[in-house]
Design a protein. Structure first.
Length: 69
């Protein structure tokens, strides 16, 4: 199976972003877990999800520009 360089870059960036998202969720769960997720933890989780969506959008646009020039 022959995979071109652009595909490998897209995969690496996506896996890195997902790994970062998982790490942030684990940290939020560790910091805000007091017998259940607190209200502040819920807000941090919503912020993490929002940040992930924005990050993936920015990375997608950046990769589209970088790989198609």
């Amino acid at each position: 199976m022959d995979v071109d360089r652009d595909t490998v870059v897209e995969i690496a960036v996506s896996v890195g972003a997902v790994a970062l998202f998982i790490a942030v969720i684990v940290v939020i769960g560790d910091v805000y877990n007091r017998g259940g997720l607190s209200t502040d933890g819920g807000m941090a989780l919503v912020g993490a999800i929002t940040g992930f969506v924005v990050l993936m959008s920015v990375l997608g646009l950046g990769l589209a520009y970088y790989l198609n020039r």
